[in-house]
Design a protein around this ligand. Structure first.
Ligand code: SIN
Length: 275
């Protein structure tokens, strides 16, 4: 019997008793994904092929251009921090692939090796954050668009970073894409409105000067970072956590110095986002 237990009233659910290798369990997972945006599914025994098959039930896989790939399964990206490394991948609040014109629908993380404690991921609900804005402020940002870019995160400028030198991040020459998206989107599955700018990849609001743009973006970043809109997921080997990139931000908590953490990550293709 599959149990879907909400993590907070606003975001996230834990799924117990499911086997994501089974097609029969997929409908519950798919519905919970639409309803809760972040799912953590415990105790999965998965090979990379199983994880790929599960991801492909949602749609075609979008292979990340910058992450180190699994040696035999290039559709699987490695999110790795060695015991002697200082930086974790994804420490800043972000939304995966927002620099793409059709940003990835979801990311699916399979925990392979986890620290004894720590190494959680925190998520923020962009629809809860939008709903908490005043009507007049929401009216002001509805209809704006903002630019997103991969250049300053994965491009030449970071070629000397620990992540780049250790080979965890590569292909700086492919960090050439920018994308313009609405600042407020209507979610393609739930139909809810949500904020779609993030501190890592969004560069500026279209048509506004730098000061105007920075002041509104910084206000939105502080607002979305309020714990009221968050849920937090911890891992043990076998945990599968997936999130909807059109409905959430996330950040990796880097609090496990001296321990290795390895996740297998797959991103699934999305679509153009509309206001
Ligand atoms: C990511 O940002 O995709 C990785 C999140 C994590 O490792 O917790």
């Amino acid at each position: 019997m599959i149990e879907v237990k909400p993590i907070t009233p606003r975001l996230g659910a834990e799924i117990l008793g499911a086997d994501i290798k089974q097609e029969a369990d997929f409908e519950v997972v798919r519905q919970a994904f639409t309803d809760y945006s972040v799912l953590t599914i415990r105790d999965q025994e998965l090979t990379p092929d199983d994880q790929i098959a599960f991801a492909e039930r949602f749609g075609p896989i979008n292979v990340n251009r910058f992450f180190k790939k699994h040696e035999t399964h290039p559709k699987v990206a490695l999110v790795l921090k060695e015991a002697d490394q200082a930086q974790a991948i994804g420490e800043r609040w972000h939304t995966d692939h927002s620099y793409d014109i059709e940003p990835a629908m979801c990311s699916i993380l399979h925990a392979i090796e986890t620290p004894p404690v720590g190494g959680d991921t925190v998520f923020a609900s962009m629809s809860a954050a939008y709903d908490a804005l005043s009507g007049k402020f929401a009216e002001m940002i509805d209809g704006l668009s903002a630019w997103h870019s991969s250049r300053h995160v994965f491009g030449a400028v970071v070629a000397n970073s620990e992540s780049s030198k250790s080979g965890r991040i590569d292909n700086a020459n492919l960090a050439t894409q920018d994308a313009l998206h609405p600042v407020v989107i209507t979610h393609p599955l739930s139909g809810r409105k949500g904020i779609y700018v993030n501190p890592d990849f969004t560069t500026h609001i279209e048509g506004w000067n730098d000061e105007e743009s920075a002041s509104v973006l910084n206000y939105l970043y502080e607002h979305c970072a309020k714990p009221d809109f968050h849920c937090r997921v911890s891992y043990r080997p076998g945990t599968v956590t997936m999130w909807d990139n059109r409905a959430t931000w996330h950040k990796a908590i880097n609090d496990y110095a001296g321990h290795r953490r390895l996740m297998h990550r797959i991103t699934v293709e999305g679509c153009r986002l509309n206001q």
